[in-house]
Unconditional design. Structure first.
Length: 160
């Protein structure tokens, strides 16, 4: 089950207090903005927060992201070769699919309810608490016209 801790200004306030954090306008704005724009980069978050609050330094946004990630309110993902991205969906072992062309990033739920991806194939003397899987490909907007039908034929049609 997904954990979307923040989806409004009111839940941002509650989440910050529950995490033992002081409630500030930048913290609330970052959480609310990210709830509506998951998988955003620091630059995108900064621009979005400035639209709401006016002047907010990029350093202030970095500080909010750091403290909110450290307290578990946010999750940071770092797909190889891409800038770090942040999201409010935390604590459910979901994964991501990333478009190689436009960098669109979407959530992918763990394929099996038992979360077999949390168990390494052999005993390496680790206590594993999270698996990070990133699927790579092209989103439907970036696949050349007609090619998506080759990959995903219409229902009932068998590809040979």
């Amino acid at each position: 089950m997904a954990h979307h801790l923040v989806d409004s200004d009111e839940t941002a306030l509650t989440a910050l207090r529950a995490a033992g954090l002081r409630v500030t306008a930048p913290r609330r704005a970052v959480l609310v903005w990210l709830a509506k724009h998951p998988h955003s980069t620091v630059d995108a978050i900064s621009a979005g927060v400035r639209e709401v609050l006016g002047t907010v330094s990029t350093q202030a946004v970095y500080d909010v992201l750091r403290i909110c990630t450290a307290t578990g309110l946010l999750r940071q993902i770092e797909p190889a070769g891409h800038p770090a991205r942040f999201e409010c969906r935390v604590g459910d072992n979901h994964h991501h699919v990333v478009c190689r062309r436009c960098q669109r990033t979407e959530d992918v739920d763990c394929a099996v309810a038992a979360q077999p991806c949390l168990e390494p194939p052999d005993d390496r003397r680790f206590v594993v608490d999270e698996a990070e899987v990133v699927f790579w490909g092209l989103c439907q907007d970036c696949v050349p016209a007609g090619q998506l039908a080759d990959v995903y034929p219409p229902q009932g049609e068998i590809r040979q």
